[in-house]
Design a protein around this ligand. Structure first.
Ligand code: IMP
Ligand code: MG
Length: 191
């Protein structure tokens, strides 16, 4: 995937960002220690319980896979697919439900796992939707939060990193569906 060195990656493919450079923002070691910290924190909050962990597809699949393998409590998983982005690097302003969860969350503890919160639109939409099913509790965990941008009407329970308002990829996050397999987070360089 055209890694020039481990601090710089170029976007492959023939999309509109092909050839653009991305620079290292959070390295693999930092990600792994943060994930371990979050898992320990979450495990400590649900003693004797069995939460349903709901991942938001596609971006959260790598983070979620690492996070659940570090939990020390029993849990179940499910997935929901939402889209607030088109193929460009800014939010489209509306959220579409592309795939619903299949679990019954009524009377259950729910933990939503998101890769990144940008405007907050996706997570606000999801919160209202989940609460209609009357779960016992709903908590949110996000690996990344663009805290200058996000407009949230509730607090996020677990945040990995606050990041600047830049477009980022890797560790599940994409640019034109590319670069999800990077084990670190890279930020798009300005032209
Ligand atoms: P929000 O609804 O604006 O908070 O956007 C949330 C969704 O947009 C995330 O779940 C990501 O899928 C996507 N997204 C937002 N910012 C980025 C980014 O910097 N890189 C990759 N995807 C992003
Ligand atoms: Mg996402």
């Amino acid at each position: 995937m055209a890694i020039i060195d481990d601090k710089l990656v170029t976007v492959p493919g023939d999309g509109s960002f092909a050839g653009r450079e991305m620079e290292l923002l959070i390295d693999a070691g930092e990600l792994q220690s943060k994930v371990a910290e979050l898992a320990e924190d979450i495990s400590g909050k649900y003693p004797g319980r069995c939460p349903i962990i709901i991942g938001i597809l596609n971006g959260s699949f790598v983070f979620m896979a690492d996070l659940v393998r570090k939990l020390t409590i029993p849990f179940e998983v499910d997935f929901i697919k939402l889209s607030s982005y088109g193929s460009e690097t800014s939010s489209s302003g509306t959220v579409r439900l592309l795939k619903d969860i299949s679990a019954d969350i009524t009377g259950r503890d729910v933990i939503v796992v998101e890769d990144i919160i940008d405007t907050g639109l996706t997570i606000n939409f999801l919160r209202h939707r989940l609460e209609e099913a009357r779960p016992t509790s709903v908590a949110f965990v996000t690996l990344l939060l663009k805290d200058e941008v996000a407009k949230l009407d509730f607090p996020i329970d677990y945040v990995g990193f606050n990041i600047p308002n830049r477009y980022v990829v890797g560790y599940g996050l994409d640019i034109d569906q590319q670069l999800r397999g990077l084990d670190a987070i890279y930020a798009l360089k300005e032209n």
